[in-house]
Write a protein that binds this ligand. Structure first.
Ligand SMILES: [Zn+2]
Ligand SMILES: [Zn+2]
Length: 161
């Protein structure tokens, strides 16, 4: 602590002298080796620029969204973040899933009450009407879903002549 104060004091007192000395050295160096001094000056400038850019990025990050588009982006980004972290422990009841108002998809879903993600899906077996939950193991070539191989075969046979 004592040492630190001493250095600080020393620096304060001698700052002007120090700056003068550095300037003199640089002037002398510049007259003899201009490339070295110019290169050094250029690097200093680059460094300053880089710091400014970083400060600018930090400022941008801290900025609050203002327009509708920015709000939407912010919202979507936060939802993504939440969904990545969420363990989906609180699920809704089974609900009909609509692709548009008045247009049910034939699927029911369970949604995470915390992050809003669809966590489970189910639909009815095309043959027996039993609920089948995702992942759907028994499908025909048209994507129709069945509860079992048995139902799938029965369904196929019912179309045979
Ligand atoms: Zn969740
Ligand atoms: Zn079935």
């Amino acid at each position: 602590m004592v040492k630190k104060m001493k250095i600080g004091k020393f620096y304060k007192i001698n700052r002007e002298k120090l700056e003068e000395a550095i300037k003199a050295i640089l002037d002398k160096l510049h007259s003899e080796f201009p490339e070295i001094v110019e290169k050094w000056a250029e690097e200093q400038l680059k460094l300053k620029k880089a710091i400014k850019e970083e400060e600018h990025i930090a400022e941008e990050l801290l900025k609050k969204p203002t327009t509708f588009e920015q709000l939407k982006e912010e919202f979507e980004r936060k939802v993504q973040e939440l969904r990545k972290k969420c363990k989906h422990q609180k699920l809704s009841k089974w609900m009909d899933f609509w692709w548009a108002p008045g247009h049910p998809t034939g699927y029911q879903v369970k949604i995470c009450k915390i992050c809003g993600m669809i966590v489970k899906r189910r639909t009815r077996c095309q043959q027996c009407g039993k609920w089948v939950e995702e992942p759907f193991e028994f499908k025909d070539e048209f994507g129709r879903i069945f509860c079992s191989e048995e139902c799938l075969q029965k369904f196929k046979e019912s179309f045979k002549w």
